[in-house]
Design a protein around this ligand. Structure first.
Ligand code: CA
Length: 224
């Protein structure tokens, strides 16, 4: 009995030591992440939806979440200016990466968007904006991203095969793509949505359009 108690005790001590070691490793690791200068992070946008000239000198990546009200606001306030001033003029190539900070609904929205990107790439951005448009202005925490609602939104697009989209959602067919986005989120150290990264430089305030403009001009100059 005593022997047993002793070995139990030993087990507890080992477990505690192990937990402390893991914690220490996590602290060291996250400190290391934090000391990395934000402007040296290169983001691999392979397989991500992209808008604008592939050879544009400046790359902007938005990390966003369909369930996030600030992302919807960013899409309405900042994004249209970017399109007119920099994307359509060939200065910026714009990409979007899914973030799942709001749980299952974020995941479902991302799975559906990745499915549309795979099957009907030409209307990806229209579907993307339609999803954000469907986000309720009030009480956005209440559940609204459901398979039924997504199919309803998709029904506005004749290009989308409803049966295949439903299948993709049921079977989480594009989960691998969503996981790839999650890896990027972790790698880049995205802590809020939307996060805007301009040629590897993370913007402090995604709603400061003047700062975004300066960052684009600077990135363009650095390339020249
Ligand atoms: Ca993606």
């Amino acid at each position: 009995m005593k022997q047993n108690k002793n070995s139990n005790m030993k087990f507890v001590v080992i477990l505690t030591l192990l937990a402390v070691a893991i914690l220490a490793a996590v602290v060291v690791f996250s400190n290391k992440e934090e000391t990395l200068p934000t402007d040296t992070k290169k983001i691999d946008i392979t397989g991500q939806p992209s808008l604008g000239d592939q050879d544009a000198p400046v790359t902007i990546v938005e990390f966003g979440d369909f369930k996030c009200p600030a992302c919807k606001a960013w899409g309405e306030m900042i994004y249209p200016k970017l399109v007119t001033d920099y994307i359509e003029t060939g200065t910026v190539q714009f990409s979007f990466v899914n973030v799942l900070f709001h749980g299952d609904e974020s995941t479902l929205g991302s799975i559906a968007a990745e499915s549309v990107l795979e099957r009907s790439p030409s209307i990806y951005w229209d579907f993307h904006h339609a999803l954000y448009d469907a986000q309720p202005a009030e009480n956005h925490d209440a559940e609204w991203i459901t398979p039924e609602r997504i199919l309803e939104i998709a029904s506005d697009f004749p290009e989308i095969d409803q049966t295949l989209l439903k299948e993709d959602m049921d079977q989480q067919a594009t989960m691998e793509k969503v996981k790839l986005d999650e890896d990027l989120v972790r790698e880049v150290g995205v802590a809020m949505t939307p996060t805007i990264v301009i040629n590897g430089k993370m913007m402090e305030d995604p709603f400061d359009y003047e700062a975004i403009k300066s960052a684009i001009e600077q990135a363009k100059k650095d390339k020249d």
